[in-house]
Design a protein around this ligand. Structure first.
Ligand code: SF4
Length: 993
């Protein structure tokens, strides 16, 4: 039950007083009420709107009786904690954590506990603004959209659609994310991406290429079942605080050993039973060091490997090189410790492996993620409750925005960019393929043939600056990037900020759409050509959001949009109207005034996302789950009785087939102990059926209840026909498949196809024509339904592969970071050759061959703090959080500090090898080892020693400013995904004064 905590009056905080002292730059309560249009009746409640905490309920007077509770989800991290918002007369007056939510069980961290202030925050952008002669000027939405639209269309005419970059957000709802990707397609570019590129793209690529899907396999709750927990490169105590509730439950109740491997003794490491400190950037060596002991002692799960894994012998050959001595030489970890870790993992199965950005953000990040997978496969820990790879995603909807394809290399649902993929989405969108193709540019290849840009991956967000700065001749697109849209993205989360500053200054047009100005508004020295458009938070709209464990939750709208802000889907509509493609974009989506109907967007992606099973989670089912959270088991996530009986909470994808099929979702991926109809499955058959004469399909392993008791490839219509199961298709399903195959002109409607209607005479090549339609492209869901009715997973049943023959390092290899102090290791572990991919030239060896280690002797790594999130603009603008951490700092080991003559609390310069520098406070600590320094990445607003507060639009400067670590951080990109390297560069620390 919701228990109000509004009966006590909190004393005023230090920061609240400071805020008042900011005087003119802060908006007072009256101004807030006037501009937000709140009724006078809200005045008493408005006492809660600045600085102060929730007041006594009686202060609300007669309106107290009208309080409504709105159920929403925290907008910070991917745990997905439920927030119960108390609303009176349209004013958000109080909040509580959701006690019924199986994810947070009545808990919140400091960020979640203060989201009301995030929505009501005084430091938000309040109206559209543009930069004119170096000054911010208020403009109307109409003027802003017209001017931006005109400039973009001019750029499109002159340079082609690829010269406008649409940078989306991990803060979009699923519906908005889907719309942004679709919008980019209608604009005619794949230059669209978002935060996931720089947090977990190496996970998605590495994991999807190992066993099928690039996502967390189990859930936070399932960790309750773990007998051991291994965390590498993750600090959930700060980055995902409420998740620790689940980790510690396993530690305490199962006596599960908690092993934390990290270069830094984090707050998570403080809970560990075994802490392993290793050198940043040596993950593969570390994991192979653990596996060396596992193979040496025969602790691997041989039967699991025989049935379900391909390529482990090649891993064994590589691992054999990683003797304890070699591992210690490279990682710094003694062999005896890794033997203990290996034995602990072998003796406590199933164990789970958790990783975050400490593992992913490297030039060989995809090698790291695949090495982690190989370890879990060798132990036989996959597809089991308590096991799995629990990859904690970062932002609240980074999983959903990834799934919905706000990415430069795919359409929604990981369909890719092939002609078939575009054809699929054209059918879903009810437009012709030619309609879409005509919007994209074509350029000449060196051999004179045409390069059609619609099939080419775009420039990833990590490299957008090179799209601007690189010589046009070196780019694989018709022209440079000339306009940049930051649609909910913090630039300070990206490396090479001095280069980004130059890129921002070179652009024709910079558009920032965000609730807060972000550092994009001020880090450059532009005088014009910058627009700030106030977007709403997710509390001022509604829709679905996907937690890290693939569960989808539905947020209710808490309050109407504040100030002049507009939700992202409304902004998309306004721009589409300006560009003249609104009619096509919203063809089957109701638009009320200027607001597209969210439920129609959900239903539209439900109709297309067959690949990953985003098809069964209708708005109605999602709302039902939110209303009945209390009926779901807190460990299995399965509803026990109640209206959603048997469903897993939030129907974690894949939730196969149509909503009518009532698939419960899949709580644990690749779990063969459950029938597919109840959430079970083997590994996905994604890599063919044979390799070098070896069978890639599962052997002697299948989900219980399967009529095919062995491995099998993915389902196509041809396979159904061969098995004789096509007879189980309904007339509507069959006719839809025929339409997809091009055998019918019009798409059949389920209402029009009678139960008894027949297909009629079959042409002789019928089987051949329909045979190519598969479980991913059949828009009726019939192939999925029939496969599941026979106990089979639509995507097949195969082995996982630990050798990815399509990647630069098929077997994951250790490679030294580009900037390394270990020059002695380069003869064996050098980086890659320079190459051009994702449209841009990319440097590896040309950087590594220069020795920077003498001038920059300290390894610099970065990470999160519990108080802040992402680039930090929202959270540093929140007075409750801002008070908790007011200074940007660098952690320096005691020995290094003493050698440098630096004392705790003193200011220092931190210089990076590419010329960037930051002025920060030294924290002298043993958290980091000798020769390693750490900086958090949430700060911004200072630039190489200068406070830039005066450059923000009046009243929109975050309370706390500081240097961005990425001003000093450097070049380096993953060899597959262009993930940035933030965890292992070099720096020099200098005492000031
Ligand atoms: Fe929960 Fe994460 Fe929000 Fe904290 S930030 S309340 S852990 S969702």
């Amino acid at each position: 039950m919701l228990r109000k905590k509004t009966s006590s009056v909190a004393s005023r905080t230090r920061l609240a007083s400071a805020i008042e002292a900011m005087g003119a730059s802060a908006m007072d309560r009256r101004a807030f009420l006037r501009r937000s249009g709140l009724a006078a009746g809200g005045l008493a409640a408005a006492g809660t709107l600045t600085g102060g905490m929730v007041r006594k309920a009686k202060a609300a007077g007669p309106t107290a009786a009208t309080a409504e509770i709105k159920k929403t989800v925290c907008t910070h991290c991917s745990v997905g904690c439920t927030v119960l918002a108390e609303v009176q007369d349209g004013v958000w007056t109080g909040q509580e954590p959701g006690f019924d939510s199986p994810f947070n069980l009545g808990s919140h961290c400091a960020k979640g506990a203060s989201v009301r202030e995030h929505a009501h925050g005084e430091r938000r952008l309040k109206y559209p603004t543009k930069l004119v002669n170096g000054k911010w000027e208020r403009v109307s939405w109409e003027q802003a959209i017209n001017e931006i639209g005109d400039q973009m269309m001019k750029i499109r005419d002159e340079s082609g659609p690829d010269s406008v970059y649409w940078l989306g957000s991990a803060k979009h709802s699923n519906e908005q994310a889907y719309l942004v990707r679709k919008f980019a397609a209608f604009w005619g570019t794949n230059n669209v991406d978002h935060q996931a590129r720089i947090c977990h793209s190496t996970t998605v690529a590495g994991v999807a290429n190992t066993w099928g899907y690039g996502a967390m396999t189990n859930s936070y709750n399932d960790i309750h079942n773990s007998k051991a927990i291994l965390i590498i490169g993750g600090n959930p105590a700060e980055a995902h605080p409420v998740s620790l509730l689940h980790v510690l439950k396993a530690k305490e109740e199962n006596n599960a050993p908690l092993i934390v491997c990290d270069p830094r003794f984090t707050r998570t490491a403080a809970h560990a039973s075994e802490y392993v400190r290793f050198r940043p950037g040596s993950d593969v060596a570390l994991v192979w060091g653990i596996l060396w002991h596992i193979f040496e002692n025969g602790w691997e799960d041989k039967e699991f490997i025989r049935q379900r894994v391909w390529g482990m012998d090649e891993i064994k050959t590589e691992v054999a090189n990683w003797t304890p001595d070699e591992v210690e030489r490279v990682t710094g970890v003694p062999g005896s410790q890794l033997k203990r870790v290996a034995r602990t993992l072998a003796n406590n199965r199933p164990g789970t492996l958790i990783w975050c950005m400490g593992g992913t953000q490297h030039t060989n990040g995809n090698n790291n993620t695949r090495a982690y997978c190989a370890l879990q496969l060798a132990l036989g820990n996959m597809g089991k409750a308590g096991g799995g790879t629990n990859i904690f995603r970062g932002h609240d909807n980074v999983q959903g925005a990834t799934d919905l394809g706000v990415l430069a290399d795919t359409l929604p649902g990981y369909y890719g960019l092939s002609k078939g993929s575009w054809g699929h989405w054209a059918r879903v969108w009810d437009v012709s393929f030619d309609n879409l193709a005509g919007r994209f540019a074509t350029m000449k290849k060196p051999d004179g043939s045409d390069r059609e840009m619609m099939f080419e991956t775009g420039i990833p967000v990590s490299r957008w600056i090179d799209g601007v700065l690189e010589d046009k001749e070196n780019l694989v697109q018709p022209d440079n990037t000339r306009a940049m849209v930051f649609w909910g993205h913090a630039p300070n989360s990206q490396t090479r900020l001095p280069d980004m500053k130059r890129a921002m200054e070179k652009l024709d047009l910079l558009v920032i759409m965000d609730p807060f100005p972000t550092m994009s508004a001020i880090m450059h020295d532009r005088k014009d050509g910058v627009y700030l458009l106030p977007a709403t938070t997710q509390f001022e709209t509604y829709g679905s959001v996907t937690a890290s464990n693939r569960s989808i939750q539905w947020r209710e709208k808490v309050v109407e949009p504040l100030f002049e802000s507009k939700p992202d889907h409304v902004i998309a509509y306004l721009l589409a109207k300006k560009f003249g493609f609104a009619e096509d974009l919203f063809k089957n989506i109701e638009v009320n005034g200027e607001e597209p109907l969210i439920e129609d967007l959900t239903r539209e992606f439900n109709r297309g996302m067959w690949t990953i099973g985003y098809t069964g989670q209708s708005p109605e089912r999602l709302k039902l789950h939110m209303e009945n959270q209390h009926t779901f088991d807190r460990t299995t996530l399965r509803a026990r009785g109640g209206p959603a009986d048997g469903d897993f909470y939030g129907m974690p994808w894949p939730c196969w087939g149509t909503a009518e099929m009532n698939h419960p979702g899949s709580a644990v991926l690749y779990d063969t102990s459950l029938p597919v109809a109840e959430g079970g499955m083997g590994f996905r058959a994604r890599f063919g059926v044979e390799r070098n004469g070896d069978n890639l399909l599962a052997e002697g392993s299948w989900p219980v209840g399967s009529e095919i008791e062995d491995g099998y490839p993915e389902f196509t219509m041809a396979m159904l026909i061969k098995l004789g199961w096509d007879k189980d298709l309904t007339p509507y399903e069959r006719q839809t498949i025929e339409w997809v195959a091009g055998m019918r002109d019009a798409r059949p409607s389920s209402e029009e196809v009678g139960e008894t209607s027949q297909t009629g005479d079959m042409p002789s090549d019928y089987d051949e024509k329909v045979g190519g339609v598969n479980w991913k492209t059949d828009l009726s869901g019939g192939i999925q339904r029939v496969a599941i009715a026979h106990g089979c997973a639509p995507y097949g049943n195969a082995k996982a592969r630990v050798v990815v023959w399509t990647f630069p390092d098929p077997v994951p290899l250790h490679r030294e970071p580009l900037y390394t102090v270990r020059r002695d290791l380069l003869d064996k572990y050098a980086t890659y050759e320079d190459k051009t991919f994702w449209r841009v030239p990319t440097r590896y060896e040309s950087i590594q061959k220069t020795d920077y280690s003498k001038d920059f002797p300290i390894i610099l790594t970065s990470g999160r703090l519990v108080e802040y999130e992402g680039g930090g603009d929202e959270t540093r603008s929140n007075p409750w959080l801002a008070e908790l951490q007011q200074d940007m700092f660098i952690e320096v080991n005691t020995r290094d500090a003493n050698d440098l003559g630096v004392r705790d609390g003193e200011m220092v310069w931190v210089h990076g090898p590419e010329g960037g520098k930051v002025k920060v406070m030294a924290m002298v600590t043993e958290r980091v080892g000798t020769g390693v320094a750490f900086m958090p990445f949430h700060f911004g607003g200072h630039w190489q020693g200068e406070d830039q507060r005066s450059k923000y639009p009046k009243g929109a400067d975050p309370y706390v400013l500081g240097e961005a670590t990425n001003t000093a951080q450097t070049y380096g990109y993953d060899s597959v995904t262009q993930m940035q390297e933030t965890k292992a560069t070099l720096c020099r620390i200098e005492r000031i004064g």
